[in-house]
Design a protein around this ligand. Structure first.
Ligand SMILES: Cc1ncc(COP(=O)(O)O)c(C=O)c1O
Length: 420
């Protein structure tokens, strides 16, 4: 008889409950177990202020409202609270109201949407751009719009769920290659020979912070005549001399067939965008349901995003500050001999190993000490590499980083050493 505590969310996907509106019975038993409930305290905690580097949270750990140092937000450049961005968003709100009140095709396209799409395409050195209301919708919609039954989608095994779901929706056959392993990618390309094939990778992998081996991926795609799709969710505005992303970082922008980005991370807003050649974007508009059949992004957000793009690209100061902070944090963590995996970016994992119990115990203590650093558990990451994941921010002050490093040393380093 298996112990219910050995289960995880990976175990309840298939549901044999005869009542289709009820979850599996053992799921109820599992989710209501006190130890499982305890681990869910960390999720959906309520932020009571903007996601600045210092913010306030209603802690799920003990129900206290407390000031925290925030190492968990994707507001990498602080643009979500930048005064010029807020003002531009307010202006757009006054002029256009809260909602686009329609799908882009019929009634939801405003001059602001057209301007943002044009500027993003220019920024990415691509011919055109399509905007979505979410990043997830953008990836799903692009995959669904580009691929058909009989095609092949080859994905890195660590690809974001939105690309996997998009592949499923498209009906294309999906192959997964070992993470960043070019021999494994080539093997899959061999298997796909003779089929229309799209290879999808991420610029910065979101759980590990390592970079795609873009030059090798480009050369394999060229060799096998496959299209290349790059998800730049965590690299746009952060990598490259002008912040254009991982394509620019490797000097290979022209080799990227489709460049995807989300507007919810460094841009500080919400939404997704896909840039490519004008013919493909035109075609996508016919077959991409999250664009075709969903309300366009809120004009108040789009107004803020136009300003965010301007602020982030008029000089490199925010990006420079982010990288300075990332170096400071990474050096501090390395000096404590913590396992940071293969990070090369502002996404910095602290891998603590296979103990889910320790992960949750450390997470609770970090939060009691005023550090908002969320645990990442299996199945989101492999069971032997449970972790915390730092998101660096240009907003972090030296004092905040020093305090955070002290708390991490007290809780994680000492906890790992004493085995407590
Ligand atoms: C790599 C990657 N792609 C796409 C997305 C989806 O973006 P959004 O949260 O803006 O919907 C995410 C979000 O975490 C991501 O990490």
């Amino acid at each position: 008889m298996p112990n219910i505590l050995d289960f995880s969310l990976a175990d309840f996907f298939y549901n044999d409950n005869p009542d289709v509106l009820s979850p599996p019975e053992d799921f109820e038993e599992w989710i209501n177990h006190p130890r499982v409930r305890e681990s869910f305290r960390f999720f959906e905690q309520q932020l009571l202020e903007a996601p600045r580097s210092g913010s306030r949270v209603w802690s799920g750990v003990d129900g206290e409202k407390r000031d925290i140092i925030n190492l968990t937000s994707y507001n990498y450049l602080g643009l979500s609270t930048h005064p010029e961005v807020i003002q531009a968003s307010k202006d757009a709100l006054d002029k256009y109201g809260l909602s686009a009140s329609g799908a882009p095709l019929l009634s939801g396209t405003f001059d602001l949407h057209v301007e943002l799409a044009r500027k993003l395409a220019q920024f990415k050195l691509q011919e055109d751009c399509i905007l979505y209301s979410s990043g997830l919708g953008g990836n799903m919609g692009a995959m669904q719009g580009i691929l058909r039954k009989g095609d092949v989608l080859i994905l890195d095994e660590k690809s974001h769920k939105s690309m996997v779901d998009g592949g499923t929706l498209s009906g294309a056959k999906m192959f997964f290659f070992d993470h960043n392993d070019m021999d494994s990618l080539e093997q899959k390309l061999q298997q796909a020979k003779g089929k229309r094939t799209l290879v999808a990778v991420e610029g910065v992998y979101s759980m590990d912070g390592d970079l795609v081996k873009l030059p090798e991926v480009v050369s394999l795609c060229e060799g096998y005549n496959a299209g290349l799709y790059v998800d730049e969710a965590h690299s746009t505005l952060i990598f490259g001399e002008n912040g254009r992303g991982i394509g620019e970082h490797f000097g290979m922008e022209k080799k990227v067939g489709v460049s995807f980005g989300t507007l919810s991370k460094a841009f500080g807003g919400v939404g997704g965008f896909v840039c490519s050649n004008a013919k493909l974007i035109r075609y996508l508009k016919g077959y991409s349901s999250p664009w075709n059949f969903s309300c366009a992004p809120s004009p108040a957000v789009v107004g803020g995003l136009l300003k965010a793009l301007e602020v982030a690209t008029r000089d490199s100061s925010l990006r420079d500050q982010l990288w300075k902070n990332v170096r400071y944090l990474t050096d501090g963590l390395k000096s404590m001999n913590l396992d940071l995996g293969g990070t090369q970016s502002q996404v910095i994992p602290i891998i603590i190993g296979s103990s889910g119990e320790k992960l949750m115990q450390f997470a609770a203590e970090l939060q009691r000490r005023g550090l908002f650093l969320q645990p990442v558990d299996f199945p989101a990451v492999p069971a032997n590499s449970r972790r915390f994941r730092i998101s660096g921010s240009s907003q972090l002050t030296k004092e905040q980083m020093d305090s955070a490093l002290n708390i991490i040393e007290d809780v994680i380093v000492k906890g790992l050493r004493t085995g407590s």
